[in-house]
Design a protein around this ligand. Sequence first.
Ligand SMILES: NC(=O)c1ccc[n+]([C@@H]2O[C@H](COP(=O)([O-])OP(=O)(O)OC[C@H]3O[C@@H](n4cnc5c(N)ncnc54)[C@H](OP(=O)(O)O)[C@@H]3O)[C@@H](O)[C@H]2O)c1
Length: 262
Amino acid sequence: MDLRLTGRHALVCGASQGIGRATAFELAELGASVTLLSRSAEALKALAAELPGGQPGQNHRYVAVDMLDTDALARAVAEVVGDHAVHILVNNSGGPPGGPVWSAEPEAFLAAYRQHVIAAQVVTQACLPGMRQAHYGRIVNVISTSVKEPIHNLGVSNTVRAATAGWAKTLSAEVAAEGITVNNILPGYTRTSRLESLVDASVKAGRSRDEVERGLLASVPAGRFGDPAEVAALIAFLASPAAGYINGTSIAVDGGRTRSLN
Ligand SMILES: NC(=O)c1ccc[n+]([C@@H]2O[C@H](COP(=O)([O-])OP(=O)(O)OC[C@H]3O[C@@H](n4cnc5c(N)ncnc54)[C@H](OP(=O)(O)O)[C@@H]3O)[C@@H](O)[C@H]2O)c1
């Protein structure tokens, strides 16, 4: 099985922590040069220095930009691809705040749409010419199991994730013949600060941490939370030459939590 990414350049969005950070490690381990993107310049600088290296031409970089600022994002990514074509793109960012959908403000939907759908569109548009030229492209979108089963109390997120899934499926068919694949990863409950903040919100509402975590785990057949590295492993596989015929799919990494058949 060919998992080698030597000579490939990966752009990982939302890379300073959690699933993005773990993904950067996996891709670098397979030989890719990685450009890290998020808002925290200091964290990204430290991470770029920590990533595995040593393959021919392997070089890690970072770019600090807010994905909510579409113009700044477009400028930043234009610079990244101007230096070195991107072959592997991981579209990932922080999850929208929780809450019921009925009370969500219009601005919350607009912000989440900008941060997820518009950001993915802008970054992807910048990366596509290089992928086309190399006849090698891997676009992996980190979204959520909510595209199969909407999650209680994540109203804005459920709405915007579905839009991302529709965008990705459409794109996957448009670029498939050019050696480019587009797939979605649907993480289940994964031990990151995103999960901690969702647990904290329930703790503030008066429940104990243990009670909240046991409540979440009751729906997970594996009986535990996932590790970001377990999500990153699938992203790295989808980025590899071995995964060239996997396209337009949404794959859950959730310990068996999603109950639907497709
Ligand atoms: N963890 C879970 O259990 C779980 C389950 C289902 C879905 N997901 C989804 O999977 C994705 C990744 O999750 P995670 O748990 O790894 O999240 P996380 O630990 O909160 O990390 C989010 C990353 O996105 C970056 N980010 C946030 N807002 C940004 C912005 N405006 N511009 C640029 N970068 C931004 C953050 O870096 P900076 O702060 O440096 O910008 C960070 O690196 C999220 O969309 C999350 O909702 C997670």
